[in-house]
Design a protein around this ligand. Structure first.
Ligand code: AMP
Ligand code: ZN
Length: 478
């Protein structure tokens, strides 16, 4: 078993990943805000979390992954009701649907997109709207423990009460002159706060507010950061081995989550923090607000397999920024197709699988490649190196059946459905199997004219035959 190592944002170093309970990992991933379809930048970050989960599973660890669904609209960071915008509410006004309908629509769309790029389902997808009581309770705990205070229906976290604030992002309070403040419509600092860098845990509802709940401080709604603390504490307990998200969440979202969770429990909650870097488009961070974004449906419309995007994501390590282009996507699409065809050619019967679900052992060159692939994956998800091992496999002097088994086993990590084109005889369209046999007989008799005629008949049934030194293989177009 290879040791999994990862870059931890908290310690700023690559280090061995050690869950509290050996063999079992708790993992929390910040999920989408469901007021629009996710864009492929969001998906890159979610794919990175999926790859961590699969890397741990590949090494035999059991992973319990929780991903939240933010279905409460939040102000753009800490701005005031009148000055800021609540994206859920804006979407609701734009589309003529209630906030609940907007959330349902885009939660379903998110699950579809995540499934299309083979992100394995999480153990739970807690919704913010179903955990308001936990958020209120956490806020009460923070007040009781001297970390929060209420002013006129607003509750703020008292950053000065938490001396290690800034340990994740290195944004310590002396550096927070401009970055983390609450603007009034006039552009000043929220006068209710003791310090401009205090952040909101609970916000009083204004007159236009649609989503609001009763609380000990009056009608209102929770701050965004409190959501992830409350839900991770509820679903994973007071220790989370791995917390992931996009790089833009380091500050303030995750810095504030540390202050809340540690303020409430009195100890460190998250063992390791991992952040995926941004997907760029036209050289800038892909973002809905910048208008330089693609959603998965845009790629499918251009003829790409959604998994070509996953393959493209694998080509850059998760913590390198990378610029998305349609040309690179098209190349990834072709590359994926090539591997799938190759798999169909290598296919030589059912994969021998041992009772634990792990393919039976590999020998010689295959074992050596297997070790190098796993080491690349375990070394902080070095996916470009892992893919170069996949490329080596294609030309390696290894028996095709072993190649097939090896790549099937690696695909448990890659998640590219590489065996998709492989069709067993009983899955062929009606009549095709007999034709394949007739063609094999014709080839045996060196009757090339008949063999070619039957090939054309098979093509009309959607079956492409490929002659390899190991015998005839076939692909079925779908
Ligand atoms: P949101 O729905 O905006 O909360 O974003 C969901 C996730 O996508 C968060 O983890 C963000 O950090 C991440 N994210 C947003 N934009 C990008 C981008 N351009 N590239 C990669 N990840 C992103
Ligand atoms: Zn979060």
């Amino acid at each position: 078993m290879a040791r999994v190592r990862l870059y931890d944002t908290l310690t700023r170093s690559v280090r061995d990943f050690t869950p509290n309970d050996p063999g079992r990992v708790t993992m929390y991933t910040c999920g989408p805000t469901v007021y629009r379809p996710v864009h492929i930048g969001n998906l890159r970050t979610f794919i990175a979390a999926d790859l961590f989960r699969r890397a741990l599973e590949l090494e035999g660890l059991e992973v319990r992954k929780v991903m939240n669904i933010t279905d409460v609209g939040h102000m753009t960071d800490d701005s005031q009701e009148e000055g800021g915008e609540d994206k859920m509410q804006l979407a609701s006004e734009d589309e003529g649907l209630s906030p609940v309908e907007i959330a349902e629509k885009y939660t379903a769309a998110f699950h579809r997109d995540a499934g299309s790029v083979n992100i394995l389902p999480a153990a739970a997808y807690p919704k913010a709207t179903e955990h308001i009581a936990e958020m209120v309770e956490l806020t009460e705990t923070l007040i009781r423990r001297g970390h929060a205070y209420e002013v006129d229906g607003m509750v703020y976290f008292d950053v000065d009460s938490f001396p290690t604030y800034g340990k994740l992002s290195h944004n310590t309070v002396d550096q927070l002159a401009a970055g983390h403040r609450s603007l009034t419509p006039g552009g000043g600092v929220d006068p209710k706060k003791r310090r401009h860098y205090d952040f909101t845990l609970w916000r009083a509802a204004g007159p236009r507010r649609l989503m609001k709940w009763p609380s000990p401080w009056g009608e209102g709604y929770p701050g965004w950061h409190v959501e992830c603390s409350a839900m991770s504490l509820k679903l994973l307990g007071d220790h989370v081995d791995l917390h992931t998200g996009g790089a833009d969440l380091v500050f303030p979202h995750h810095e504030d989550e540390i202050a809340q969770s540690e303020g409430a429990t009195g100890h460190q909650v998250v063992g390791a923090w991992s952040h995926a870097y941004h997907l760029l488009s036209e050289g800038r961070k892909m973002a809905k607000s910048a208008g330089n974004f693609y959603v998965l449906a845009d790629l499918v419309e251009r003829g790409a397999d959604p998994l070509a995007f996953r393959y493209l994501a694998l080509q850059t390590r998760y913590r390198e920024p990378t610029n998305f282009t349609l040309e690179a996507l098209a190349a990834a699409d072709r590359g994926l197709e090539r591997y799938r065809k190759q798999m169909a050619e290598w296919f030589a019967g059912p994969v021998a699988v041992s009772p634990g679900g792990v393919p039976a052992g590999f020998s010689g060159g295959a074992a050596e490649l297997d070790q190098r692939f796993r080491e690349a994956v375990a070394e902080d998800l070095n996916t470009p190196r892992a893919l170069s091992v996949v490329a080596e496999l294609a030309s390696a002097a290894i028996e095709p059946g072993q190649k097939y088994r090896l790549l099937t086993s690696w695909d448990r990590f890659l998640g590219l459905d590489l065996a998709r084109e492989v069709t067993t005889r009983d899955q062929l369209p009606r009549g095709a199997s007999e034709k394949i046999e007739a063609r094999e007989r014709a080839r045996g008799d060196r009757d090339w004219a008949s063999a070619d005629r039957i090939r054309a008949e098979l093509a009309a049934l959607g079956v492409e035959v490929i002659d390899t030194p190991q015998g005839t293989r076939w692909l079925v177009s779908r």
